[in-house]
Design a protein around this ligand. Sequence first.
Ligand code: MG
Length: 250
Amino acid sequence: MRVKIIIFFVPTLLLLVTAGAQKIDRSEVNPAMTEFWDNEPEVVTPGKTYGAPPSDALILFDGTGFSEWHSKDGGEVEWALDEGAMTVKPGKGYISTKKKFGSIQLHIEWRTPVDNDKEGQAGGNSGIFLMERYEVQVLNSYKNRTYSNGQAASVYKQYPPMVNASRPKGEWQMYDIIFTAPTFKKNGAVETKAKLTVIHNGVVVQNAVELDGSTVYKGTPYYIPHGEASIVLQDHGDLVSFRNIWVRTL
Ligand code: MG
């Protein structure tokens, strides 16, 4: 019996060990075979501090004026400009970039008003609409509970942030957003969905989430085919401020 077991198991064991240990012999492979030297990446000088624009960024707002923006109807921006920041003037409406964009990296800093004691969605609400239709929520979400997919750094009504990295109202906060534009088939159906990554105050809170369509307040989101479009900042009636806004097209 013992002999039989040895006769069966030893060769099987040897087979398994050798199969597991089998390695591709790369001793004769030239490492240069997998190196490529064409398409050398362009040199970009990074910003000196976190959040400072790199050399190839398009500055959308540096605190001095609204030259890159217009109001929703195409006229002059009527928001307030003070101490290097722009602030929503309630009732003056959304503002949008004059330039249109597809896939981008966007840096934007924002602050919700310190003297706003309203709760939930009324707690310092604004928003950043990529391509005029995909909203990353701006809200005071520091000890201010609302529906999770409507709090700060949510993709509004679609994805809550993975964690709540909010600073208290009155403090400046940052978003670094990496946005991939959707593509559409000739018949108008979505071919590849929009994708969003959001870093909130240095913390990854959205990781390449795939959007189900444009942001809608009521009902489920859906896609309508579109081309490049503006970045839009929301007037939701609250005195939300923005500063240091720059973009890189991807
Ligand atoms: Mg909003």
